[in-house]
Design a protein around this ligand. Structure first.
Ligand code: C2E
Ligand code: MG
Ligand code: MG
Ligand code: MG
Length: 287
């Protein structure tokens, strides 16, 4: 009987695995079709100067608008895309769309600051991202300094030298490079200083329990003060409450992003904010 039970458990396990594989292949296939049909769109979450609360840029965040299932979050499909070659096609779509928006806003004189593009580790590892960006930018009038690439610390875990070469190439074009979700990996600030990185984004996990959680407060304080003395720009992610904001502002954090200011929004909505900002700047009293 024990043997029988073991065998059916095994069979059940096999069946479960098969289903997981099938679901994954199905989702991949749907993603591929969605990409071909233009169902992926880049939204923007404004980033603000903590002192003035003015918009100084925005992060591009991809969404999948599936006709049957509605709007799908990137947490549902980025990990899957990263395990297949789809991440390259998706990444290309995101870059082209973001640059196209930047080109239009630049031509219209809208003060969008800097737009950042999230890039997955396999996109860095492939080695041709700098030349891809160069090719896309060549067809536009977007100043490269108006764009930023966000990578996570995991790019330095696999092949650090390869990553360094790719990032050097991107930096040489004039784009900024930010480390996303900083603090969750194992890279030290001293090590980052040897890389072509100029911006750190403190992970939301360290911001969430501020200002009460003493360990998080100490970590955030250390990241802000060290990155300031090393010359990095610093952004705190996931600011939701006035108390979090007050703590971060007081510690000298330069930039902030979070629901307290703005949630991610479609490009058209961000454009309206930019038009308002441009109008305000035009009507502001001189001096
Ligand atoms: P991320 O790059 O760290 O982006 C920040 C995430 O935090 C976004 O989630 C954003 O909507 C969310 N967020 C911002 N402020 C707040 C806040 O105050 N409270 C809370 N609870 N959340 C906040 P989203 O848009 O779901 O994106 C999740 C992740 O998916 C991103 O994390 C990034 O790792 C990945 N991702 C998004 N777009 C792309 C893309 O175009 N390419 C790649 N490779 N990854 C992307
Ligand atoms: Mg990001
Ligand atoms: Mg992040
Ligand atoms: Mg993240």
């Amino acid at each position: 009987a024990a043997k029988e039970g073991g065998r059916s458990t095994y069979r059940f396990y096999r069946w479960e695995m098969t289903r997981a594989v099938r679901d994954r292949l199905l989702l991949e296939q749907r993603m591929r079709q969605g990409l071909d049909m233009g169902h992926f769109e880049v939204w923007f979450q404004p980033r603000v100067d903590m002192r003035t609360r003015r918009i100084i840029g925005a992060e591009g965040l991809v969404r999948w608008r599936d006709p049957e299932r509605g709007l799908i979050s990137p947490v549902e499909f980025i990990p899957l895309a990263e395990r297949s070659s789809l991440i390259h096609k998706l990444g290309d779509t995101v870059i082209r769309q973001t640059v196209a928006h930047a080109d239009r806003w630049h031509a219209a004189g809208l003060p969008f600051g800097k737009l950042s593009i999230n890039v997955a580790t396999p996109q860095i590892e492939r080695g041709d991202l700098a030349s891809e960006l160069q090719g896309i930018l060549a067809d536009t009038r977007v100043p490269p300094s108006a764009l930023e690439i966000e990578v996570t610390e995991s790019v330095f875990m696999a092949d650090a030298e390869r990553a360094r070469t790719t990032l050097n190439g991107i930096r040489a074009l004039g784009l900024s490079i930010a480390i996303d979700d900083f603090g969750t990996g194992y890279s030290s600030l001293a090590y980052l200083k040897t890389l072509p990185v100029n911006h750190l984004k403190i992970d939301r996990a360290f911001v969430r329990d501020l200002p009460d959680e003493a360990n998080d407060a100490a970590i955030v304080r250390a990241i802000i003060s060290m990155s300031r003395s090393l010359g990095f720009l610093v952004t705190a992610e996931g600011i939701e409450t006035p108390a979090q904001f007050a703590f971060l502002e007081n510690e000298g954090c330069q930039f902030g992003q979070g629901y307290l200011f703005y949630k991610p929004m479609p490009a058209a909505e961000f454009e309206v904010l930019l038009m308002e900002a441009a109008r305000e700047a035009a009507t502001a009293p001189a001096g």
